[in-house]
Design a protein around this ligand. Structure first.
Ligand SMILES: [Zn+2]
Length: 443
């Protein structure tokens, strides 16, 4: 009997692969720092950080043990995140419930009529995403260029393409309009980075004929979308956890030593591997940076896509933490364009109150090889891209009933990103401050 039970258990991939993840509060002080946590190869770029006090993140048991072994005091806030999610409990430990900006009420964005929840805990399975993208192209060929692979020359480790789409008037032509890029799912366990993009795309498509602001943006910009740049990792999660809750983060490179995966957001080529704190040299680390800069097909595709276009602004979506992060990531300090970034940040986050700033101002430590540092920092082979990383929401897998509000929380950032590549300015009463659009024009 025991043998039969064991066989059944071993035959279940879910049982074999599922690790229990907990929400853990890690206490910080002068001798227990974010840098030390980061040096353990842990994912500490997604979570809630109070500098010098604590960091709250989602970790598996072995990671919690490693943290404790370093002498950190820890408090388990939610012992079994998956059990919590299946019970439909909201994870309130993380949410930044700040009041809206006092001078204005956030614009209300209605849920697009075509937006339907996915079947993976409310999130989209990969095939569902592909079907939705095809449905969009079928319904709105006048303003959407249908999905196509970034390249057909190479593919992900498991042989998949990465798709892009474009929303603009005359979408099949390059009209030399200002270009903005939106990406999702650098990290496989961040499905709301995809959901909010599908929501935004439907919103643009459905409102083009009726909303003058949407029409203005669609007519005058070229908006590019890469909704899911890590299909292998994403499909891995939906295979192990068909109802949601999969916690795989990296891509699916076979590292050849029994471990899998490279952290795609540590694999870009600007100051790649700058130190072992901002990325991990260890193949089993959550932040493993890969054997070389741009070693991964997924980051190569984003690189080549950027080199083939003239993006002025990019939003690379992640979850979670209620943050809006911009360069630098690799070092503790601002870029020379900090006046511009720091003007954009609060304006983009005006409705959702995301904490905005460069890496050490937000996540509280350095990261190297990330998308934003390369998109902005690489200025020899292309022009700089004002690139930012939103970290949306309270956890990797918020419950299905939370998704709609999280999608809506991204709308102002998305719309504003498109405005910022056009002639755009903001006059604040009594402030004498201007937001300067990337192309250098002000109101
Ligand atoms: Zn992420």
């Amino acid at each position: 009997m025991k043998r039969i039970l064991l066989c059944l258990i071993l035959a279940s991939p879910t049982f074999l692969l599922a690790q229990q993840y907990s929400k853990v509060k890690i206490m910080l002080d002068v001798t227990h720092t974010m840098q030390q946590l980061s040096a353990l190869g842990l994912d500490v770029d997604h979570g809630r950080h109070q500098p010098g006090k604590y960091f709250i993140g989602e970790f598996e048991q072995a990671e919690v043990a490693a943290i404790a072994a370093q002498g950190f005091k820890t408090e388990v806030l939610i012992a079994d995140l998956e059990a919590n999610r299946l019970l439909g409990k909201h994870d309130e430990t993380q949410y930044r419930a700040l009041p809206p900006c006092p001078e204005q009420s956030p614009k209300v964005y209605e849920t697009p009529a075509s937006y339907q929840p996915g079947s993976m805990g409310g999130y989209f399975k990969y095939q569902e995403m592909l079907d939705i993208l095809d449905q969009m192209a079928q319904q709105y060929p006048n303003i959407l260029k249908a999905k196509q692979p970034i390249t057909s020359v190479y593919a992900t480790h498991e042989g998949r393409p990465v798709y892009w789409l474009k929303i603009s008037d005359n979408p099949t032509q390059d009209e030399n309009e200002p270009e903005v890029l939106y990406t999702g799912v650098h990290h496989a366990r961040e499905p709301n980075s995809l959901s909010q993009m599908i929501f935004y795309m439907w919103y643009l498509l459905e409102h083009y004929d009726t909303d003058p602001e949407v029409k203005y943006l669609v007519d005058n910009t070229e908006m590019y979308f890469v909704p899911n740049m890590n299909p292998d990792g994403y499909i891995y999660n939906e295979t192990t956890n068909p109802n949601g809750g999969g916690m795989w983060r990296k891509n699916r490179r076979n590292n050849g030593d029994g471990t899998f995966g490279v952290d795609l957001n540590r694999n870009y080529g600007y100051e790649w591997g700058f130190d072992d704190t901002g990325s991990s040299p260890n193949t089993n680390g959550q932040t493993y940076r890969g054997p070389s800069a741009f070693s991964e097909p997924e980051t190569q595709m984003i690189r080549d896509f950027c080199l083939a276009h003239q993006f002025q602004f990019a939003l690379n979506y992640h979850t979670f933490g209620d943050l809006l992060i911009y360069p630098w990531g690799y070092t503790d300090g601002p870029t020379v364009d900090h006046p511009t970034f720091s003007s954009f940040g609060p304006y983009m986050a005006r409705d959702n109150n995301f904490l905005n700033g460069f890496g050490t101002q937000t996540v509280g430590y350095v990261t190297n090889g990330d998308s934003d540092d390369w998109m902005y920092g690489e200025q020899a082979s292309k022009a700089k891209i004002y690139s930012m990383t939103p970290e949306v929401g309270p956890s990797f897998w918020p419950t299905a009933d939370q998704i709609d509000a999280l999608n809506k929380s991204c709308m102002t950032m998305n719309i504003t990103a498109a405005h910022l590549v056009l002639n755009f300015g903001l006059l604040t009463p009594g402030g004498n401050q201007f937001l300067d659009a990337p192309q250098g024009s002000i109101l």
